[in-house]
Design a protein around this ligand. Structure first.
Ligand SMILES: [Zn+2]
Length: 275
């Protein structure tokens, strides 16, 4: 799903898969036969790109029994003609095989889901690997939440699979995962100097980064209130009464949206709009 969204939900990622025993392993594998007769095996995509820019294919398995959960492509860096934001595309949805017309002798046969995670992170250079900004790491976790949402979805009907859930839940798994990158202990695990991975982000810097998460959160949320009020006000302005005799020229002029924007901005945020 496109873009990042500010995460305020402090949950743990285990909730994604329905319980504390949910352990998933994503393993990069170029090609291999899938274990189920109904499992799709998407081809690796290299597209003639040099190795640092290639699209990787990952196979996700359930740790306790090794069963196949799904597949996802990881396309990390920009290139000409590529989609320019960050998003996860559900290529094949996990649902009952019979629902999509695939005959099966297995009552519980399922379609193995496939997703594509598309990002545009800082490119590697000739003398440096791709060094991600913290915001890019947060985006990666966010999008990986969508990947896991899609792969862990097990519905009978295709039309109910993964992102076709209640609208206000679609971003929830991603917001849960986003929170990991604001934990100092996680930052210590994730970080490392590119020339020496044992050199971690200093603890005081990690603490300051974590403390900065809520900086300006009030202004951000007040702006959302302002935009919502503008939308609601604009769409609830009563229609002008038709003039007697049907003289359209006698209709009052439509309200000024610019004036409304200015008034609500001052009322909600307490400061006038800048030019
Ligand atoms: Zn999203």
């Amino acid at each position: 799903m496109g873009g990042r969204h500010g995460g305020g939900v402090r949950r743990r990622a285990q909730a994604l898969a329905g319980g504390p025993r949910a352990c998933w392993r994503a393993k990069r594998e170029p090609a291999r036969d899938a274990p189920s007769p109904l499992a799709t095996h998407p081809p690796p995509l290299t597209g003639g790109l040099p190795p640092p820019l290639q699209v990787s294919l990952y196979r996700v398995t359930n740790t306790p029994d090794g069963s196949l959960v799904g597949w996802f492509y990881l396309d990390l860096h920009p290139r000409e003609g590529k989609y320019s934001h960050a998003a996860v595309f559900p290529l094949i949805s996990g649902c009952a095989a019979g629902d999509v017309g695939l005959a099966s002798n297995e009552e519980a046969a399922r379609i193995i889901p496939v997703a594509a995670c598309v990002c545009n992170f800082t490119k590697p250079t000739a003398d440096r690997p791709s060094l991600l900004q913290h915001s890019e790491v947060e985006t990666l976790f966010h999008e990986y939440g969508h990947v896991m949402h899609h792969l862990c979805s097990k519905t009978r009907l295709h039309r109910h699979a993964s992102f076709r859930c209640e609208g206000d839940f679609v971003e929830a798994p991603s917001q849960m995962l986003e929170n990991w990158v604001w934990q100092p202990s996680m930052l210590a695990l994730l970080s490392g100097h590119h020339s020496d991975a044992s050199r971690k982000l200093p603890a005081d810097m990690a603490a300051k980064l974590a403390a900065s998460q809520l900086a300006h959160a009030g202004i951000f949320n007040m702006r959302q209130c302002f935009l919502a009020m503008f939308d609601q006000t604009l769409h609830t302005i009563p229609a002008a009464a038709p003039p007697s005799g049907g003289d359209a020229a006698a209709l009052p002029p439509p309200p000024s949206t610019a004036a409304l924007l200015e008034r609500l901005h001052t009322e909600v945020l307490g400061i006038p709009m800048s030019e």
